[in-house]
Design a protein around this ligand. Structure first.
Ligand code: GTP
Ligand code: MG
Length: 148
């Protein structure tokens, strides 16, 4: 099954949105396969956002992401990458639809609460980067109620 890396950013943790965000993914039908609270180093965050090095907002992005712990998660299920992104909403909350996480809780692109992998390939990279220890295996008894 497809996997995606979803992260509650430091503002989402501080604002008490962790439970809500986890609940949305659970209720949508995704399976939680990894979860931890981590205060990431700048080096780790620079790796995670390596594609954005050189952007004018990059230093501010790293400061923001290093400002407190994040909740790192892996969710598994049908089209997890694309559906995960649609649940987060557009990058800039100005354009995020109501009903999405960013559209419900965020106003500024530099404080947009959550991260989601943008492709299956990047999801695999991000899962290795954030969970080098590997991922627990367990069966999900609800699967026949969620997948054809
Ligand atoms: P992530 O899920 O966090 O990767 O966001 P994204 O994939 O929707 O956007 P992208 O990867 O292009 O940018 C990563 C993060 O950098 C965004 O989520 C924002 O927090 C931040 N960011 C992107 N563009 C801007 C910008 O123009 N200004 C500022 N201040 N931050 C930005
Ligand atoms: Mg991105």
């Amino acid at each position: 099954a497809e996997r995606t890396y979803i992260m509650v950013k430091p503002d989402g943790v501080q604002r008490g949105l962790v439970g809500d965000i986890i609940g949305r993914f659970e209720k949508r039908g995704f399976k939680l396969i990894a979860l931890k609270l981590v205060h990431a180093t700048r080096e780790h965050l620079e790796d995670h956002y390596g594609d954005l090095k050189g952007k004018p907002f990059f230093p501010g992005l790293i400061n923001y992401m290093a400002s407190g712990p994040v909740v790192a998660m892996v969710w598994e299920g049908l089209d997890a990458v694309k559906t995960g992104r649609s649940m987060l909403g557009a990058t800039n909350p100005l354009a995020s639809a109501p009903g999405t996480i960013r559209g419900d809780y965020a106003l500024a692109v530099g404080r947009n609460i959550c991260h989601g992998s943008d492709s299956v390939e990047n999801a695999e990279k991000e899962i290795k980067l954030w969970f080098p220890e590997g991922i627990v295996q367990y069966s999900h008894d609800l699967a026949p109620w969620i997948f054809e």
